[in-house]
Ligand binder design. Sequence first.
Ligand code: 8YV
Length: 323
Amino acid sequence: MTKPYIFITRKCSEQQLKALYEIADVEMWPEEEAPCPREILVEKAKMADGLLTMLSDSIDQELLDCATNLKVVANLAVGFDNIDIKYAEAKGIVVCNTPDILTDTTADLTFGLLLSTARRLIEAADYVKNNQWKSWGPLLLAGYDVHHKTIGIVGMGKIGQALAKRATGFEMDILYHNRSRNTEAEEILGARYCSLDELLQTSDFVVCLTPLTNDTKELFNKISFQKMKSTAIFINASRGAVVNERDLYEALIDKEIAGAGLDVFTKEPISADHPLVGLPNVVALPHIGSASIETRLSMVELCAANMYAVLTGMEPKTRVKVK
Ligand code: 8YV
């Protein structure tokens, strides 16, 4: 019997993929950072029983129609907005993601981004690196306090809850808005559910952690930024397209809000001439929410375990369910 064929769209650690090499012919795109071009992905998908994909790979109807042998797509992310999951399910293709294992790592990064933006850490480090530190003044590189302030979390899923837990250490008041109530966050962390409007109007830090869906596309726009305090800081660690970037830019230029910390952008990667990157009150990161060595290796391992399960007739650990 011929072995199943698996294509992996980015160079990943082989050690974490060991289980797959035992049961399948595994081919991996050799570049760690440069994405596999679309035409190559389509060609490989035509033969593949399994695909291990990244957020930058669009697993759309065109690709799924070509992939006549495909049984499983394992996405190296908790999000799966790059995959047409309904279409995959209709074709009997199992889609898996990597939830839970990246929750704490992503919450750490999100809180770090909040702190860096509020206290101007990147600007201050550059100040020293660029040899600008010549004297001292009472307001030199002064930022905003984080402790005892109000954090408003939009999207109180697992990562939102882990962020709220970190906010309790800074004795912050926690507001949240979500499709459904999170009783654990309310009872254990003291988070208070409120309308999006109330959250925008009263939070010192508005943090976006909601997945990208038709309902959340450009949820943050001119009107939302106008509702926020002029001293508020906006943080986005979910998906760029949840924000209208032009409206955010204008809100920052017009001083409708005080700053933004962004780990995600509508079209990634961005270049240094992206309008938001040029603003002094913006901290821009290259989508590194889950990027710790430990977590990224665990994510690869979980993708491998999920593919192994599907290709050997078992139920994968973390299958994406179409709602
Ligand atoms: C990805 C992410 O893991 O998990 C997600 O949904 O956004 C990140 O943690 C990363 O972009 C690799 O695809």
